[in-house]
Design a protein around this ligand. Structure first.
Ligand SMILES: [Zn+2]
Length: 116
């Protein structure tokens, strides 16, 4: 019997009914035993329950994202790790701002900041 434990903010592959494709989801909540109970889709923001067996449960190279750097220029779909908010995925780019989905909620950060 596989014994995998997860923590909030990790990535798992799951089929998103709204997006119509399997994609990396952010673990939104876990049970006391470390099993995933809810995940959120970084693309459409849909939160859905996670039943063991309805996904491949591949651990998507967790904690591999580069640290957030406001001087960098981000694109939608990129992952980053914020020192306070944790692992996030860029969902939208609005000029000098980016919307990043963190495990708890979406946050707007700055990017592409000119160094002077
Ligand atoms: Zn989705």
């Amino acid at each position: 019997m596989e014994k995998q434990t997860y923590s909030v903010g990790e990535r798992v592959e799951k089929f998103c009914a709204k997006c119509g494709e399997e994609r990396g989801h952010v673990v939104a909540s876990v049970t006391k035993r470390g099993a995933i109970s809810r995940v959120s889709c970084p693309q459409c923001g849909t939160r859905s329950s996670f039943k063991g067996g309805d996904a491949t449960q591949r651990r998507a190279s967790a904690k591999a994202s580069a640290p957030y750097d406001q001087k960098r220029t981000y694109r939608a779909g990129q992952s980053l790790t914020h020192p306070t908010f944790g692992e996030g995925e860029v969902t939208a780019v609005i000029e000098q701002k980016i919307d990043v989905l963190f495990p708890d909620r979406m946050r707007r950060l700055i990017h592409a900041r000119n160094q002077d």
